[in-house]
Design a protein around this ligand. Sequence first.
Ligand code: SAM
Ligand code: SF4
Length: 311
Amino acid sequence: MKDRYNREISYMRLSVTDLCNLKCKYCMPDGCINHTVPLSFEEMFDICKCAVDLGINKIRITGGEPLIREGIVEFCDKLSSIKNLKELTLTTNGVLLKDKADALKQAGVSRINISLDTLKRDKFRDITGFDKLTDVMYGIKVAEKLGFEQLKINVVLMNNYNIDEISDFVELTKNSSISVRFIELMPIGNCFNYNSQYISADVVLKKEPELKLIDFKGVAQIYQKNGYKGTIGLIRPLSDKFCDICNRIRITSDGKLKTCLHSSEEYDLRGLKGDDLRRKFIEAIINKPDSHTLTETCFSKTTRYMNEIGG
Ligand code: SAM
Ligand code: SF4
């Protein structure tokens, strides 16, 4: 289905919980302070089915941390059976991945993105509040071994924090077909010293001048170093905003449909079924805002924290 700006809306991100087993400084520094009762998996399934009927062909499961919700594997299994859903993917912090990756693959999850902002144990503990880097690295290895398509590592760029590790992340792509994607920090929720920590993704190209632009995939600009197996993606919501090609909508764990990450506009889907649900979806998609105003205002109009929305 198209919105009023003629954008084909085909991608939905579904947050299955706002809770998490980490406390990243830029996402939920104080823990989950606005915890809400999540929709049941049955309600989420009805929403996904309706979305697919309206033209969504890719669903990404997110959170909070999606792998902490009990029944997540069975839910993925049910979702992947929806006719016309082409792709079921998942974003995780990787802590529980080593034990769940195999079952997720069997359940029809074809791709996994893992969020990881540092390769150093002390820094990992500092940013996330937990000493779990070893589990995440092990989870990545297991997922690689299982042959998930296009495994991605998402790194949020933070000035004075992980800029010195850009080359280490690039090196991960030397012998592995993994994709490392650097994402600009966004001013959302109670974000970790946004003004001093934000840095444009240009810094990656400054540190790694040998990177060559080879492609554009969705919202990511794809680079590669000569002879390397994997790729580097730059996602620049601020320094090069991509609203004109935005094809996504989001469902929060408590059942609010958001058509723009940074808008305060939400459509409550809880309790809706059949034609009522379908009508609400259509109304929301048609009215998707043309763009965010982060670049101009430096703040997000959403009052939610990232763990509630799912990134
Ligand atoms: N817990 C899972 C994880 O960390 O991958 C899924 C949810 S998390 C909210 C989804 C993504 O949002 C992560 O890649 C995280 O780094 C990103 N994120 C959270 N806060 C952000 C911010 N202020 N700016 C940019 N990305 C952010
Ligand atoms: Fe949890 Fe992901 Fe937020 Fe970190 S970014 S606190 S892992 S939801």
